[in-house]
Design a protein around this ligand. Structure first.
Ligand code: NAP
Length: 675
């Protein structure tokens, strides 16, 4: 049955008015879907995103958006089999589809959980500490992030129709920005199905998501500085879009993830018997064949010490000989076809060009034995391993991406040579380095990191748990310099900030505090009759402060604490030795004694809303306290984050001062308080 794919504009499914193109199965060549975006009013879609979706998302806090993203992931997981069923026709094996579908949902889950842990339950994010400007503290600076008011336009590649869509959508929605998604046409039927599941989950506000199947029409003509284009695909398309006059004129943010000639390097310490040698061979073969090599991160260039070239070639040939190419639904098939016949033609023509400068060491560019599929109908190709003995004379291998199961094995002379060759790709998404020698690893990273977005260091100790060369992870950045596009996606909260504007605010701390929803140094610290520990989470006002009575720290206290805890460090116990230390006037109180006394001064002991002390952050002992000196504490509600229906985290700014009101210690105290 042929699927007639629909667009989704202004919260309605819209059939194209004409111009439909056919999408064929990668396995059988049969038409599986038709699509077109003809008839869509792209300007109206952008307006809808800006006027309906944006305000609705910005009215939600980061935590509310994070919960929504989790619900989307759950909806996708509940209906994942529908996506697997469609995915066969793209040529994906079950494992390839697992990366795409469950990997995509997993990315949303991680984005959601990082959002709830690392962003406030608010709509504004503080960036860095308050910058004091005026001497009297009445004028200060604070960086903040707020959501852009435009739309995100996501133009996605064909190879991971679900993951590729979700890895962009998570950070976008968390950032409070609506999205218009344009999947690649050749696998768009899987993306459309995943998109439909998200819409049908009912958790998205109106205008949050729209879908364009087919041409992007004049969409880019209507962009402004508040919009973001996030593109994944070939360098040629990226360059075309990036040169769009509106993108240049309006300084539209353009995140590009393009091709990449990723390298893998076997370290100079490896021998044919070392575990790292085997790990390297397995990884190169795996990266060539997973998703039939149609991974932006796949290893295209494999480098080994010159003395190991023959051994590595033989080992790779043996591994690749085990690959079974065919219909991914047939038992035993380990590599499916490419996603389309045009992709097959493209890979073959690039491989033919590469064969002119490198020796084909495994496979046949034009022929392959196909298991369970009609050869000549699907986009089947054999894994193709090239060997180039002179990687400095070879040019294409460092320049041309054959987006299929194609890799070239090359020798290097020494570590510097390996670094220079790896960097010859002029910017990559991912590089893997196999060594057991940490000093070699450091030297390599210092020489190569500037050219590669992610470096995976694999050895015998990490191999079992390693996620491998080619898997981008939601908590780590994905992207790379130069040829890889210069973009950066994911990376936890880093990816969210692409959809937000950083602004420097300057003003009085009272005003800055009200804007950011956090107490900032210099803002008012109102006191009251009710001890803060007697107030529930919802009752505590930001800035509310307890100023305690003072207490003298005696020499007996210090000695008692030293003997009780066993901390008899000379600075507390030996007057002469302490005085000889540049930091102390003589014996001083333990920092931990001050913390304990501070707690004794500020706690209200009876059971109440404070459920637990959850830790300290940013602790600094600023000025030593000598015996006989008195200390007092100020405890201020700095910020609050609700965790669930029962309790929330309260962050308290704590200052311990002496009799001259000079700061002795400062830290943030975290407690869990009942709602
Ligand atoms: P592509 O041909 O450049 O297409 C990418 C996307 O751009 C598709 O959605 C395509 O839509 C769209 N597009 C093409 N021309 C356009 C135009 N004039 N205006 C607006 N949109 C346009 O790339 P692909 O063949 O799908 O993907 C393979 C390439 O992507 C490889 O080079 C691979 O390295 C790269 N890739 C990179 C990453 C990464 O994260 N860096 C990830 C995956 C893939 P249609 O399909 O409808 O033409």
């Amino acid at each position: 049955m042929t699927l007639a794919l629909l667009n989704y504009a202004a919260d309605a499914w819209v059939a194209p008015t004409g111009g439909t193109e056919q999408v064929r199965s990668a396995v059988s060549g049969e038409v599986v879907a038709t699509l077109s975006s003809q008839g869509l009013d792209f300007k109206a879609m952008l307006d809808h995103a800006r006027k309906v979706g944006g305000p609705a998302l910005r009215a939600m806090t980061f935590h509310a958006r994070a919960r929504m993203i989790k619900a989307l992931a759950q909806a996708l997981m509940e209906r994942k089999e529908e996506l697997y069923a469609l995915s066969w026709a793209t040529g994906a094996t079950r494992m390839d589809s697992w990366i795409d579908i469950e990997g995509g949902a997993g990315t949303l889950f991680t984005t959601s959980s990082k959002g709830r842990r690392e962003l406030p339950d608010d709509t504004i994010v503080i960036d860095g500490a308050l910058e004091p400007i005026g001497k009297r503290g009445t004028f200060a600076g604070q960086h903040v992030y707020t959501s852009l008011h435009g739309a995100a336009v996501h133009i996605n590649a064909y190879n991971f129709p679900v993951w590729g869509m979700l890895e962009k959508l998570g950070p976008t929605l968390l950032g409070g920005v609506p999205a218009i998604v344009k999947p690649a046409s050749s696998t768009g039927y899987v993306a459309e199905a995943a998109f439909r599941i998200m819409i049908e989950s009912g958790v998205l506000p109106d205008g949050a998501l729209q879908l364009v199947m087919g041409s992007a029409g004049d969409l880019l003509d209507h962009l402004t500085c508040q919009d973001v284009v996030s593109f994944t695909g070939s360098a040629a398309t990226a360059m075309k879009l990036q040169a769009h006059p509106v993108i240049a004129r309006e300084s539209v943010r353009f995140v590009a993830e393009r091709d990449s000639l990723n390298a893998s390097v076997l370290g100079p310490d490896a021998t044919p018997d070392s575990p790292e040698f085997d790990l390297f061979i397995k990884e190169v073969a795996r990266e060539m064949t997973v998703k039939a090599g149609q991974k932006c991160t796949a290893i295209r260039r494999a480098f080994v010490p010159a003395a190991l070239l023959d051994a590595a070639e033989a080992a790779l040939q043996a591994r690749l000989a085990k690959v079974v190419v065919g219909d991914p639904q047939v038992e035993g098939v380990t590599m499916g076809p490419l996603a389309s016949l045009s992709q097959l033609e493209d890979v073959r023509s690039r491989a033919r060009a590469m064969a002119k400068e490198s020796k084909l060491s495994f496979g046949d560019i034009d022929k392959v034995t196909v298991t369970g599929g009609a050869e000549g109908q699907g986009a089947f190709i054999s894994p193709l391993l090239f060997r180039s003995d002179d990687p400095w004379s070879a040019q294409l291998v460092h320049d041309v991406e054959a987006f299929g199961p194609v890799s070239t094995l090359m020798p290097y002379k020494d570590l510097d040579d390996a670094i220079a060759l790896a960097n010859r790709g002029m910017g990559s998404l991912a590089l893997s380095f196999f060594t057991y020698d940490p000093q070699v690893a450091r030297d390599f990273v210092l020489g190569a990191a500037a050219f590669h977005g992610r470096i995976v260091l694999i050895d015998r100790d990490s191999a079992k748990e390693s996620t491998g060369h080619g898997s981008p992870l939601p908590m780590l950045i994905h992207g790379g310099p130069g040829r890889a596009g210069g973009g950066e996606e994911m990376g936890g909260v880093r990816g969210v900030k692409h959809y937000m504007q950083r602004s420097a605010l300057q003003g009085n701390p009272r005003v800055l505090s009200a804007i950011t929803g956090q107490w900032l140094t210099g803002a008012p610290q109102p006191t009251g009759d009710v001890h803060p520990f007697r107030q529930r989470f919802g009752e505590l006002a930001i800035g509310y402060t307890l100023n305690t009575a003072s207490r003298i720290v005696t020499l007996e206290d210090i000695e008692h604490f030293a003997n009780f805890t066993g901390d008899t460090f000379y600075a507390h116990m030996d007057e002469e030795a302490a005085a000889a230390n540049p930091f102390f006037p003589g014996r001083v109180a333990h920092g931990y004694l001050l913390l304990s006394f501070a707690a004794g001064l500020f706690v209200d002991p009876a059971p109440g809303p404070v459920l637990a002390n959850y830790g300290l952050e940013g602790l600094r002992f600023v000025k030593p306290v000598s015996p006989g000196e008195s200390i007092k504490v100020s405890l201020t509600v700095k910020s609050k984050t609700q965790r669930n229906d029962e309790y929330g985290e309260v962050r308290w700014a704590v200052s311990i001062t002496d009799s001259a009101d000079e700061l002795c210690a400062t830290y943030d105290l975290l407690t869990m308080n009942a709602i």
